[in-house]
Design a protein around this ligand. Structure first.
Ligand code: ADP
Ligand code: MG
Length: 432
């Protein structure tokens, strides 16, 4: 071995040792490298264009590996000297064994050094370190197999998640349909109880007056037998008047039954000129008696303030009726809750009113319940939003009401003062 070869091995050895093992001797790098040294490390930012760069890279690596025990071995792969013995390429495979928290990690590195003989000494002019990735086969230089496996796993995951989502969507739709149904049934139940109560009243008239009439007819026959024509005429007039009353109350019962049929969606749902005052009044009473039928401790004052100038409004009566019913039920619920608090002198009151201004009509439902807290207010029109205990609310009343009013080209608005009152207003436009 010539002195030049010995020097070459020594320079390479010192360069590797300082880089891997002895950063405290970093100063030596000034002698072992060319000032325009260039090098590529294994990470993206490891690009070296000077000795200073190299020194700071080694310092950084040292900081990162603090507290780790590192053992390294070098296996020479290539030793080549060319260009008249003045340029050398040294290639090594290095194995680093790190011990971190009692765990051994093995890292393989590939390392190439290019050295040049200048001014009687060898200096490193270029190096490249690389860390071979875990690749599947010799042919898998770019680690494509790993990407494929990852992609396949991702695709599988996406398929699974999609299937799960589809399943929950179907379940959600079923639940939604069921809830809409139960909201309809609940309001129908309330309505039916109210209707039964309402029908009772005209039926009482019909029964009473028909009994009175049959007594009057017996009297009439007696008077005919006696030939008392003047008395006969008087009794006949009474019978006629009573029969008029029977007819009147029979028609009332008839109208109530028709209303019930309309609410259960048997009718067509066409717009028709509707006396909105009568409709509101009717639903107010039906709702009240419906609630009373369920809970006879329930009590509230009903007030009405109808604008007589309102005339007939072109609406789908059973739909707007349902909105009014929903608003009134919510209002009764609110005042009932408030009255349970036992506040001295509290008078639960629900008021329904109408107003016409130009081509705009308004139906207002006002209650002096607890009001709607600000944090709840922007959610009340959302489907399924409810603050009521399970079984008492579906959270669909206001969302359905909102949709119905929108479908009529109108607006459903709410004003509330916490602890004092709530006013819901249906605004509709009447053309002409
Ligand atoms: N008059 C009212 N006073 C206070 N809160 C109300 C009133 N009307 C509606 N709310 C609130 O809006 C929520 C949603 O109402 P709604 O859609 O009718 O569903 P539900 O009556 O089934 O709860 C109620 O749970 C309640 O919190
Ligand atoms: Mg409701």
């Amino acid at each position: 071995m010539t002195e030049k070869e010995r020097l070459l091995n020594e320079t390479h050895q010192q360069f590797m040792e300082t880089g891997l093992n002895s950063p405290e001797k970093l100063g030596i790098m000034d002698h072992l490298t060319s000032p325009d040294l260039m090098g590529f490390g294994t990470t993206i930012d490891e690009r070296i264009f000077s000795v200073a760069d190299l020194k700071s890279l080694i310092t950084r690596q040292r900081e990162q590996s603090q507290g780790m025990e590192i053992v390294w071995t070098i296996n020479p792969v290539l030793r080549k000297v060319t260009h008249g013995g003045n340029v050398a390429v040294y290639v090594d495979e290095i194995t680093l064994e790190l011990t971190v928290n009692n765990e051994k990690i093995k890292i393989a590195l590939r390392y190439s050094n290019v050295l040049e003989y200048r001014d009687d000494k060898w200096v490193v002019i270029h190096f490249h370190g690389s860390k071979p990735e875990n690749v599947a086969t010799e042919e898998d230089t770019w680690g494509i197999e790993e990407w494929k496996t990852k992609n396949a796993a991702l695709e599988k995951l996406v398929k699974e998640r999609t299937a799960e989502l589809e399943k929950s969507l179907i379940e959600l739709k079923a639940t939604q349909a069921q809830l809409i149904h139960s909201e309809k049934m609940a309001s129908l139940g309330e309505l039916t109880a109210g209707i039964a109560h309402e029908i009772q009243n005209p039926l009482n008239f019909v029964n009473n007056f028909s009994e009175v009439n049959s007594e009057l007819i017996s009297e009439l026959v007696d008077e005919i037998d006696k030939g008392n024509t003047a008395e006969v005429k008087l009794i006949a007039a009474d019978i006629k008047e009573n029969s008029g009353k029977i007819n009147h109350h029979g028609k009332r019962a008839d109208a109530i039954v028709k209303g019930m049929l309309q609410h259960s969606n048997i009718s067509s749902g066409k717009k028709e000129p509707t006396d909105i005052n009568a409709l509101s009044d009717e639903y107010l009473r039906l709702s009240y008696h419906g609630l009373r039928a369920k809970d006879n401790s329930f009590n509230a004052t009903m007030k009405t303030d109808f604008d007589p100038s309102i005339g007939n409004v072109n609406i789908v009566p059973q739909d707007i009726g349902r909105v009014i019913l929903n608003l009134i039920s919510n209002a009764f619920y609110a005042v009932n809750e408030q009255s349970k608090k036992g506040i001295q002198g509290y008078l639960p009151t629900v008021e329904v009113g109408t107003k016409r201004t130009g081509n705009k009509i308004e139906v207002m439902v006002k209650d002096n319940g607890n009001g709607i807290p600000a944090r709840v207010l922007d959610k009340i029109f959302q489907p399924f939003f409810t603050t009521k205990p399970t079984g008492q609310g579906t959270g669909l009343g206001l969302s359905l009401s909102y949709d119905i009013v929108k479908a009529h080209g109108g607006e459903l608005k709410v004003d509330t003062i916490e602890g004092e009152c709530t006013i819901f207003t249906i605004e509709l436009n009447v053309t002409g």
